[in-house]
Design a binder for this molecule. Structure first.
Ligand code: NCD
Length: 317
């Protein structure tokens, strides 16, 4: 099978052009799962360098990218406080920082998380090395979508004929945007139901584009749709963007409009699952963690496998 990722940046879901791209990366992820589970030493990237640069907070994405690159044997430069310790503090542009990191570290690839929507595209255009988008503004989080879909595939053994419900902050949340686009591209006969207060609906253009590719419904309550969903993907209301726009009162009014508690979880189908990119800030109650439908911790382990798969595929033929 030809490696469609080799030598390329991975900055947006529209780079996934066919279900075979997903078959490819999931096969490599399965291999990585075995490497980790069997505690094998597998270091094909010895001699390569990966820089992981984060301008926004992160627990899972940062640690799993760092762990992924290290497990593969790469030398890793990881800076999770770019906003405090890099020359960004002095006003350096992202372009100059990327060029500099390339020169000073000899990086073969850069993983970037940044608050600007187009940051990864910009980074990928200034230096001739692959950039992996670890979250860009409110626009995209493509590796999260890959790991979300990998989790769904682990559970259901298929990508088609699924009803996926996405709940919460669909306006500022980037994970749901990447995941919805990915489903629209690679899954047949699936349906997406978006659930949010009307103030937090996904952008109109985004919905319009999706509607051409997949069946989409927008709702402002769980209603009976929750009883039919295979996946309920919860998200937090993204306080930082309200803060940035000086609208913290709106945040207070809109947060926690949709809460997954044990009563809601029990209304779901027996073999349905609950996902969440995390962090959660109240929208999934702790009482749900023991429900067999709770899959959000398994979901984050998928991040290690999928990110290992992506880094290896980008850096090795
Ligand atoms: C998400 C993100 O950064 O967009 N977190 C993550 O990467 N798992 C979701 C969020 O912050 O709400």
């Amino acid at each position: 099978m030809k490696n469609p990722f080799y030598g390329k940046s991975f900055v947006a879901i529209n780079q996934i052009t066919s279900p075979s791209d997903i078959d490819y990366i999931f096969k490599v992820a399965d291999k990585m799962k075995k490497v980790i589970q069997d505690e094998k030493v597998y270091e094909p990237l010895k001699g390569k360098t990966v820089a992981v640069l984060f301008y926004q907070p992160s627990t899972r994405t940062f640690t799993s990218f760092v762990a992924a690159a290290k497990r593969l044997g790469a030398y890793v430069i990881d800076i999770n406080e770019m906003t405090s310790f890099s020359s960004a503090v002095k006003g350096e542009s992202l372009e100059d920082t990327i060029k500099s990191i390339y020169q000073t570290t000899g990086a073969n690839a850069i993983v970037l998380r940044h608050p600007e929507n187009t940051s990864s595209e910009i980074a990928a255009s200034v230096q001739n090395i692959p950039v992996i988008n670890g979250g860009s503004g409110t626009a995209e989080h493509p590796t999260q979508a890959l790991l979300d879909l990998y989790t769904i595939y682990q559970k259901f053994g298929r990508l088609d004929n699924l009803h996926i419900m996405m709940v919460g902050d669909l306006k500022y949340g980037r994970t749901i945007k990447s995941l919805a686009k990915l489903i629209a591209r690679v899954s047949k006969n699936s349906r997406i139901t978006f659930v949010s207060p009307k103030e937090l609906r996904a952008p109109k253009d985004f919905i319009k584009d999706l509607k051409g590719q997949v069946e989409v419904t927008q709702r402002s309550s769980f209603g009976t749709a929750i009883e039919d969903a295979d996946v309920v993907y919860m998200t937090r209301v993204q306080k930082e963007w309200f803060e940035k726009e000086g609208k913290l009162d709106d945040y207070e009014n809109l947060k926690l409009k949709f809460i997954m508690n044990k009563h809601v979880a029990d209304r779901m189908k027996k073999d349905a699952i609950i996902l969440h990119p995390l962090p959660r800030v109240g929208e999934i109650m702790l009482e749900v963690d023991n429900n067999p439908r709770a899959w959000y911790f398994e979901q984050m382990r998928s991040g290690l496998y999928v990110r290992m798969a992506l880094i290896e595929s980008i850096l090795m033929k």
